[in-house]
Design a protein around this ligand. Structure first.
Ligand code: ISL
Length: 525
């Protein structure tokens, strides 16, 4: 049963690639587009539906690509536009969609727009960024930037004796979206890539676009937080509607927003009416929670309350390029990381995988002298290169890599795990194969059927749960404890897949869960 009643992204699994860390073919220690082309067979075999590339545009790389100096070209360290076109064609040949990471809130200070804007007070592009008069000893407001934290979000520019706004590093000046010329120019950058066949965009810090025209202070009690986590104005919704209308000029594309707000209710507002703003927004509160049954019960209830009940599609992320990998966050235990995979791909909504989680990678140990992240190193560990092969270099065409490999890189390599049917990679492949064959798992709702003694279980179904009518019905059960547990009600169900290598497929579960086990099961036939 694989009928698709809705748009492709409703039933998709999206795989995030951090291009610098994926695979190097040029020998410079940094991953590149040809490396991604080489990795497409791995991705297609894994069984995901789309790839999202963190930024590949021309960039001085102060924030490793999130500082864009040309929105319509590929950075030479990644390759060329021809490589990009080939990547899109080869991905589409394998039924993989391609999503780009668009960074509209700020450009690089090396972008020609900013170079012009800062050149004089009467330059035609002066108003493309946020400039404020003043004196070097008087900040325009109390906002703080993200990189490095605890510093003001303003940089004094002696060329014209004025401040400019930067919510991230001083090399990432904020664009002024209140200026219609900025919006038109940015819309054209979307069309440039849509015309080349990309299937959508992940939109960086999209909630930050609309700045309060008064640029008023934030309340003193939250002034220590980076301002980017606090900005949430009505103006932004106007801009998001404009962005959506550009994307809607093309068929079948998706707008995914990074709404970096820490409350689901506020994130949900960026879906607009359901068809005029974002198609999908990351729901980060779930990612920041612990590995506990109660927390995941709250996540599922919150998804229902804020998204599903309003007709919005929920998203789920356990790991990305900005946070320690979930295996590391949850204590490093492989059994827990495997259980998390079974949970993630059994949740109702659109799951995002972060390249390397299918290998069960942990964060790399990055010594102080090797830190390259402008946030102060917090994000370097999760950006460690992907180990492809066993042995020195792990398949990278370079003696050194821009960050060290993660721990146990031989054992975790694609080569080692491909040959091992009990590997984490084999588990992900099995989960994704089952998911793609099950309407219940891809499209169904959920009903919680058990949530005590550290076990959370829910049932995914479409067409009712009466299996005599051929309905598709799957139980997802997660034992969050390191003890064996028994739970009632599903004694005669058969396992479809388990995080535990000792659980046989088609074994009657009998309500017994092994320590740290998560499984999917089907009703007796
Ligand atoms: O990771 C964070 C701080 O260390 C977050 O606050 C992060 O800055 C926030 O999620 C916004 O992230 C996005 O925009 C940044 C970029 O550095 C991140 O990689 C990107 O995901 C600026 O473009």
């Amino acid at each position: 049963m694989t009928t698709e009643p809705g748009p492709w992204w409703r039933s998709a699994v999206i795989y995030q690639i951090y291009p610098r860390s994926f695979r190097d073919t040029s020998g410079n220690g940094v991953g590149d587009l040809r490396g991604i082309i080489d990795g497409l067979d791995h991705i297609a075999t894994l069984g995901v539906d789309a790839i999202w590339l963190s930024p590949v545009f021309t960039s001085p790389m102060v924030d490793h690509g999130y500082d864009v100096a040309d929105y319509c070209d590929i950075d030479p360290s990644f390759g060329t536009l021809d490589d990009f076109d080939e990547l899109v064609a080869r991905a589409h040949d394998r039924n993989l969609r391609v999503i780009l990471d668009w960074v509209p809130n700020h450009s690089s200070d090396a972008h020609p727009w900013f170079v012009e804007s800062r050149s004089s007070r009467d330059n035609p592009k002066r108003d493309w960024y946020h400039w404020r008069d003043g004196t070097p000893d008087r900040l325009p407001n109390n906002w703080t930037r993200a990189f490095p934290p605890d510093e003001p979000a303003w940089t004094w520019d002696a060329r014209t004796d004025a401040w400019y706004l930067n919510l991230f590093s001083p090399e990432q000046p904020d664009l002024n979206w209140a200026n219609p010329e900025v919006r038109l120019a940015m819309a054209d950058t979307l069309r440039f890539w849509l015309d080349r066949g990309v299937d959508g965009f992940r939109i960086d810090v999209v909630h930050g676009l609309g700045k309060d025209p008064a640029l008023a202070d934030v309340p003193e009690e939250v002034a220590g937080l980076p301002a980017v986590a606090l900005i949430d104005t009505e103006l932004t919704h106007d801009y998001v509607r404009e962005i959506r209308s550009v994307i809607d000029e093309y068929d079948d594309r998706v707008a995914i927003g990074e709404v970096f707000l820490l409350e689901s209710a506020r994130i949900a507002k960026y879906y607009g009416t359901g068809d005029d703003e974002l198609h999908l927004a990351f729901n980060f509160p779930a990612m920041f929670g612990p590995w506990e049954a109660e927390a995941w019960r709250r996540n599922l209830d919150g998804a229902e309350e804020h998204f599903t009940s309003k007709g919005f599609q929920t998203t789920w992320v356990l790991s990305n390029h900005d946070n320690p990998r979930h295996r590391t966050r949850f204590g490093g235990d492989e059994a827990v990381a495997r259980a998390a995979a079974v949970l993630l791909l059994g949740l109702p909504g659109t799951p995002f995988l972060y390249a390397g989680e299918e290998l069960g990678l942990e964060d790399a140990e990055v010594p102080p002298e090797a830190i390259v992240d402008p946030s102060g190193g917090r994000r370097d560990g999760c950006r460690a290169p992907i180990p492809w092969t066993i042995g020195p270099g792990h398949g990278w065409a370079s003696p050194g890599t821009w960050l060290p490999f993660p721990p146990e890189a031989d054992e975790h390599s694609v080569e080692a795990q491909s040959a091992d049917p009990s590997s984490t990679l084999a588990l992900y492949r099995r989960l994704l194969t089952l998911r793609s064959a099950s309407d219940a798992l891809r499209l169904g709702g959920h009903e919680i059927v058990h949530d005590h003694d550290g076990v959370l279980a829910w049932r995914r179904s479409v067409g009712g749960t009466d299996d005599t009518n051929g309905a598709d019905d799957v139980l997802v059960a997660v034992n969050f404890t390191s003890e064996p547990v028994v739970f009632e009600g599903f004694a005669d169900w058969n396992s479809l897949v388990s995080s535990h290598p000792d659980r046989a497929v088609a074994q009657v579960v009998g309500g017994h869960m092994m320590p740290d086990e998560a499984l999917w099961a089907a009703p007796p036939r």
